[in-house]
Unconditional design. Structure first.
Length: 763
């Protein structure tokens, strides 16, 4: 079936393709998590099929805040106490996790970390709800990240009750759609290499969010063109295929690139909105089907980590950083969500001085239940913010409360699972269990409980637990809030896919989607197509064909419908071999097809040649990477000239990226190092190597797969001398990363330079 026809069928079935704010649009490579290029191509041709055995939407816990995204369950007959020694403990499975499990069908699914030394990986798995039997697991590598091992598996899972698919956001930007019935990877995105996903040592990673036909995830990124500026954006993908539908940039700046606020949905009249906290400290509402920004509320001087809770047109949210209007730390606010534009001074309903920065409230019957940073549980009147009662549940508040059957189920970082009776006049602790590690210390718990099938599930550093009665009471079904069809004339136009990455002889099928003034879909329209800054051609049907003779480049596919215009972003990358000497690039800029942290890289004139330079960061964050090839490259070698400088006793680190591996000269330590994970150093070898500042060296870095392992080796020598026959460093990796874009890595407390880059197929 032609792609255009298939996509039209999706539209007719309600899988509306959508687009963006500011014409910054979506992507293209949707390969499975296989390092085989043949498997990648086969998956791209296959059509994912939802599981046939999926039940109705009732009695499940498919989102970390539950079926209503309010931290509330309608389950009844739930236990008021339990014991690790056996009382109402249904089962426990060995597991190391720090997030909230989900329940879809008869499966409870969790993510976390697994393995030791070279075998350390991120993992997602599903278990039988009744018995705890593990049904399957899928492990994947962590790389290109400074997140430490103990924080792997941070984001919560999201499940789609319609298809049974799981959505997994890894700390290193690996974004997976997995079938919960058997662990098949349906599609995947590598967000760092494709979008310039910004990760950080803090590890806080955003949880995906299913809305209709879309899967939405928010993150800070720095890519190319209008997305070069590092800022927190909302991205929408087709939940079945991974095609990017739109991207929205509600804020112009950010204070934190590490935040964890998960979106929620609300209706304001006929307008469906996605609402979430932002790395810039604001709360923003965007149209669910287009990403168009509707309103913003400035709350904090730092990023927002708690998620919003919606009741009708009211939005509840909290934080624990400095407030924007007074020198105090943290508050809970209620916002009237019916406004437009900047509603900071006009639409606040009430505020409470509770500092709750990492937990998300639960809302039930006019009461908001909030846990502050010191693990104090508050009940607030949702109409006025008045404090009704307070009870302490531990020392560190990170787990969010869940209301069910008149009780609050609460986790606390130091191994505590607490059950609180939620009365009108006070909270009474009914049960408290403390989970410890074998060595005696408290087992860390960061996630919340999931309640489904009459059972309570939670993950800890020590295991995955199911507690409850063996014969639970049946649960009520959950109704959904479908997308509403638009009416009237088109008021917005979007191009889908919003962004694609193509090879130099590829083509892409674009389509123009129209929306009414409320952002509701009107369907696909025949538009007039043209190109902006892009080599190649586009026909009357919106099919773009790259120019096979053109250099790597970027540009836009433009659709016009009357007075409306929308653009799709295109990045075209040539096949190997690639070469870049920067002589055709103007000083102060960089080759436009390069991406990620571009503000830190610029061409300079040095000794009569143009070179790519990277200087010290004004905010002292000196480590950045950039990519110059296709994310699906495999079996190649990258070479470059490189040169560092010295300022007093400081020298930089600089080197090359091949697939998921980095080979660097370490200046202060006078070493060379190969690694796959900056913080975890899962696969690392190094040795002493004396090298001088202000001297050009030549570096060569090769990765090839053989006998089920990756052979990773590099060499470095003074430029102008003969290449040595022996490799300077060589190692093997039993968990091969053989797909990935070639790139550059640098830590620049002092200036450093690259020149004469070549990327070639092995042999």
């Amino acid at each position: 079936m032609p792609m255009k026809a298939a996509l039209n069928i999706c539209l007719q079935r309600g899988a509306w393709g959508l687009v963006m704010l500011f014409a910054t649009l979506g992507c293209a490579t949707t390969a499975p998590m296989s390092d085989s290029p043949d498997a990648t191509r086969a998956s791209a041709m296959a059509q994912p099929t939802p599981s046939d055995s999926m039940p109705a939407h009732g009695a499940e816990w498919t989102s970390w805040r539950g079926p209503f995204r309010t931290g509330v369950s309608h389950e009844t007959g739930l236990i008021s106490s339990w014991s690790q020694d056996g009382e109402d403990l249904l089962w426990r499975m060995p597991w190391v996790g720090r997030s909230t499990p989900v329940v879809v069908g008869d499966r409870v699914c969790a993510n976390g970390r697994i393995g030791e030394d070279k075998l350390r990986q991120e993992v997602v798995a599903c278990f039988d709800v009744a018995t705890g039997e593990q049904l399957w697991e899928h492990r994947f590598n962590v790389y290109h990240t400074s997140v430490p091992w103990t924080r792997v598996g941070w984001a919560h899972l999201e499940a789609d009750p319609e298809t049974g698919y799981l959505y997994v956001q890894g700390v290193g930007g690996i974004f997976l759609c997995v079938d919960s019935t058997d662990g098949r990877v349906i599609w995947s995105r590598r967000l760092i290499e494709e979008y310039g996903f910004m990760e950080g040592y803090g590890g806080r990673t955003q949880t995906p969010f299913v809305d209709g036909s879309k899967i939405i995830v928010t993150f800070s990124n720095t890519s190319w063109g209008p997305q070069g500026k590092p800022v927190h954006r909302f991205f929408a993908f087709d939940k079945l295929t991974g095609e990017q539908l739109w991207v929205s940039q509600p804020a112009e700046s950010q204070d934190d690139k590490n935040t964890q606020s998960t979106p929620s949905v609300m209706w304001v009249g006929d307008k469906r909105l996605i609402v979430a906290g932002n790395g810039g400290g604001g709360i923003y509402a965007v149209e669910a089907e287009t990403g168009e920004v509707v309103w913003g509320f400035e709350l904090s001087k730092r990023g927002i980590n708690s998620s919003v809770v919606v009741d009708g047109t009211r939005v509840f949210v909290s934080h624990s950083e400095e407030n924007i209007d007074e020198p105090t730390m943290g508050r809970v606010v209620a916002i009237d969500g019916t406004g437009t534009g900047d509603v900071t001074k006009t639409h606040e309903i009430w505020r409470s001085p509770i500092s709750a920065g990492f937990t998300t409230a639960a809302y039930r019957d006019g009461i908001l239940y909030v846990i502050d940073n010191s693990a104090n549980l508050y009940a607030l009147d949702a109409d006025t913010g008045e404090q009704l009662w307070e009870v302490n549940v531990g020392r560190v508040g990170k787990g969010s409360p869940v209301w069910a059957d008149g009780k609050l189920y609460v986790t606390e970082v130091n191994g505590r699972v607490v059950i609180v009776e939620a009365g009108p006049d006070g909270g009474e602790i009914l049960d408290e269990e403390e989970i410890t590690m074998p060595e005696g210390r408290a087992a860390e718990i960061y996630g919340s409980v999931a309640i489904a099938k009459g059972r309570i599930f939670f993950t800890t550093e020590e295991g995955l637990y199911a507690i409850g009665r063996p014969s639970p009471a049946p649960a009520a079904a959950v109704s959904s809030s479908p997308v509403q069809a638009g009416e009237g004339q088109p008021a917005r136009l979007r191009v889908v896919p919003a962004e694609v990455i193509l090879r130099s002889d590829d083509s892409a099928d674009f389509r123009a989607l129209a929306f009414d003034a409320n952002g509701n879909p009107l369907g696909e329209r025949e538009a007039t197509w043209s190109l902006a800054g892009l080599a190649g051609s586009v026909d009357a049907e919106g099919v773009y064909s790259a120019d096979p003779n053109a250099a790597s480049g970027i540009g836009m596919v433009v659709a016009r419908l009357g007075d409306l215009e929308a653009r799709g972003r295109v990045r075209v990358l040539r096949y190997l071999p690639l070469g870049e000497d920067f002589e055709s690039t103007e000083p102060g800029s960089r080759p436009p097809y390069m991406m990620a942290y571009l503000a830190r890289w610029a061409v300079e004139d040095l000794d009569g040649n143009r070179v790519l330079a990277k200087g010290p960061s004004p905010v002292q964050i000196h480590r950045h990477i950039t990519f110059l090839g296709h994310p699906d490259e495999t079996d190649y070698t990258i070479e470059s000239d490189l040169r560092g400088t010295k300022d007093r006793r400081r020298m930089p680190d600089l080197g090359l990226i091949n697939s998921g591996y980095t080979f660097e000269l370490l200046g202060d330590h006078q070493r060379i190092q190969i690694r796959s994970w900056q913080a975890g150093l899962r696969m690392m070898v190094q040795e002493s190597f004396a090298w001088d500042p202000d001297v050009w060296y030549r570096m060569k870095f090769e990765v090839r797969e053989q006998d089920g392992e990756a052979l990773v080796r590099g060499k470095v020598w003074p430029r102008g001398e003969a290449e040595p026959a022996e490799w300077s460093l060589s190692t093997t990796d039993p968990l091969p990363i053989s797909l990935g874009a070639p790139g550059l890595s640098a830590f620049s407390p002092t200036p450093l330079y690259f020149d004469n880059i070549r990327v070639m197929r092995n042999n």
